[in-house]
Ligand binder design. Structure first.
Ligand code: ZN
Length: 363
């Protein structure tokens, strides 16, 4: 990769290239413990010298999902103006990819009924890329009309959850994605496919690794820009993360890999750390740790963006996000939602402390 490749007008294009380089060479940057685990899954093609990816290869991109995954299962219905403020403030804090809305049936997910109005009100004079989640072609048409920059299509890894969620099996959802893929490309949209229940299913329980890698392989036949492994019900542990990333990697081709963790069983941040150690450079998170899935019982709490940024920066992975600006958003969000939120950093304060010392609550 030449230096000129790094200077692009599109931030996402640059990130894509870097992430793909990282994906190719990540085995050579792992600490010994991770190399031991990963080496069990290595193939011949993994074993080649690292590209010169430079400092930017350590950068991790945050996809902020509070406005979609966070709010859609919250008991409080935020106003359109508050949603726009949430997203606008996140962009001001340095987040560049925002899952802003979903184009779903408003009868099933009333919190997203104003998706078109939210999109129409978002500031466009910035570098933010706004993502719309779509579940079918009708949702896709709405997303295009609303002016999203990216679409995120959901394929559920198990037939039972797929049927409960969307009335068809996994292969049916792959067909939906296949039908959307070409149209999205023609519309100039970046495409992600989130694989829900990648680590466990609320109905079928364990999801075999082979099942997941087969589903990812089917998805990749239609050339997504990115595949996201989602722990929709928060059951994964770090060793699962490492194993499943290694299992799906051979199918990805040019697609970047992204992970989406919930902290339902308090393993979310450990899983995020494992994913980064395994070479993933795009992570979903939700400001203040709000969120869940209205179709998955007890799937509470995405990992908190401010907690994640703190961890990544201290691990040596720049995020480009102003952590103090994020922390300042948490009291505002709690006031808007009228309830406390589960993220921890805003309670404990940033570290190292500024000259005034730790926050009063931590003394
Ligand atoms: Zn989720």
């Amino acid at each position: 990769m030449g230096a000129s490749d790094l200077v692009r007008t599109s931030v996402d294009a640059t990130h894509d290239r870097l992430f793909r380089s990282v994906e190719r060479c990540y085995h050579f940057t792992l600490p010994p413990a991770w190399v031991m685990i990963e080496s069990m899954n290595m193939t011949e093609t993994d074993n080649h010298p690292a590209d010169s990816v430079g400092v930017a290869a350590d950068r991790v991109t945050i996809v902020e999902v509070a406005a979609r995954d966070g709010l859609q299962s919250d008991p409080t219905m935020l106003s359109t103006a508050d949603k726009v403020e949430l997203i606008t403030r996140a962009v001001s804090a340095g987040i560049r990819r925002i899952e802003a809305v979903s184009f779903v049936n408003p009868k099933r997910v009333p919190q997203m009924a104003d998706a078109d109005e939210v999109m129409a009100s978002l500031p466009r004079d910035n570098e933010a890329s706004y993502i719309g989640l779509v579940l079918n072609e009708r949702g896709f048409e709405r997303a295009v009309a609303a002016g999203v920059d990216e679409i995120n299509v959901v394929v559920v890894a198990t037939d039972t959850f797929a049927n409960k969620n969307q009335g068809t099996d996994t292969e049916g959802l792959v067909s939906v994605w296949a039908a959307i893929a070409d149209k999205a490309r023609q519309a100039g949209l970046r495409t992600s496919v989130t694989v829900a229940a990648s680590f466990g299913c609320p109905y079928e329980g364990e999801v075999p690794v082979g099942r997941l890698s087969d589903v990812v392989a089917r998805i990749c036949e239609y050339g997504p820009d990115e595949v996201a492994l989602a722990d929709s019900i928060g059951v994964a542990v770090p060793t699962d993360v490492v194993t499943r990333i290694a299992a799906v990697r051979p199918s990805l081709g040019d697609a970047a890999l992204r992970c989406h963790f919930h902290n339902t069983r308090n393993t979310g941040m450990a899983n995020a750390a494992a994913a980064v150690q395994a070479g993933v450079r795009v992570l979903d998170s939700s400001l203040a740790g709000i969120g869940g899935c209205p179709f998955a019982p007890n799937a509470t709490g995405n990992i908190a963006t401010e907690d994640l940024v703190y961890m990544l920066e201290r691990m040596g992975h720049p995020t480009g996000v102003d952590l103090d600006a994020l922390i300042a958003m948490v009291p505002w969000l709690e006031a808007a939602l009228e309830h406390p939120t589960p993220g921890l950093l805003a309670k404990a304060g940033n570290f190292p402390f500024d000259r005034s010392g730790p926050p009063a609550a931590a003394r």
